[in-house]
Design a protein around this ligand. Sequence first.
Ligand code: ADP
Ligand code: ADP
Ligand code: ZN
Length: 216
Amino acid sequence: MNILLLGPPGAGKGTQARLLEERYGMVQISTGDMLRASIKNNEPLGREAKSYMDKGLLVPDDLMIRMIAIRIGEPDCAKGFILDGFPRTVAQAQALDRMLSAKKTKLNYVVELAVDDDRLVERISGRFTCGDCGEGYHDMFKPTKAPSVCDICGGTNLTRRADDNAETIKTRLSAYHEQTAPILPYYKAKGSLKIIDGMAPMDHVQTKLVQLLGLK
Ligand code: ADP
Ligand code: ADP
Ligand code: ZN
C-alpha cells in the first residue's frame, strides 16, 4: 500500500507516519529527514540543499526528484511506503506519477492533514526530536515523561531543527501556500484526495487515519 500524507509544515505528517510505521511496520519516507541526514553526513546533495533549507525555501525539484527516485527503488519500498514531505510542487507530483506508473504501481491513498496556520507556528516552535532514535516530541503537546530524556530509548540527545525558528517558519508557510498547496487540486481532480482534521489530538488523528486506510 502506497500512502501520501500531505499538509503544511507542522501538520503532523511525521508524527502520523511514524505511528503507522511502529504499528504496522510500514516504511516512512521523509524527504526532510533524508535531507537532514545528507547534511549531517556532509554529502554533496546535503551541501546543495542546506542553503535552501536554512532559509525555509524549497530545494529545487530536480534534486528532490532524483533523491526520491532512488529511494522508492530500494527493496524495502517494494511492499509500499508512506510519503511524508514529497511531493511539494506540481512538478514533483507529476514526476512521482511517472515513476510509479513505470513500476506499475500508484498511490493508493492521498491524505491531507488540514491545520490552520496560527496553530502551525505553535506546533513548529515547540517541536523537538530525539537525535538517537528519531522520536518526535512537543514542549506542550507531547513532552518527554522525564525532563530531557527520550521516553523510547532513554537518550538525552534531544535536538531542535535549525529551521524551526519564527523567521523561517513564515517563509516555509508561504512556500507551502504558494508552491505546495496547488498539488491539492491536482490530487482532487484525480479523485484520490481525502481530508482529515489535523487539529484534533494526535491519537484522534491516528484513529481517523487508520479507519480511512482500512487498517485495524
Ligand atoms: P510535520 O511532519 O507535518 O512537519 P510533525 O509531525 O513534526 O509535523 O509535528 C509538528 C509538531 O507538532 C511536533 O512537535 C509534534 O509532536 C506536534 N504534533 C503533531 N501532531 C499533533 C497534534 N495532533 N496535536 C498537537 N501536536 C501535534
Ligand atoms: P516540515 O514538514 O516541517 O515542513 P520537512 O522536514 O518536510 O519539514 O522539510 C524541511 C525542509 O526540507 C523544507 O523546508 C525544504 O527546504 C526541504 N524539503 C523537504 N522535502 C522537500 C521537497 N519535497 N521539495 C523541496 N524541498 C523539500
Ligand atoms: Zn530516543
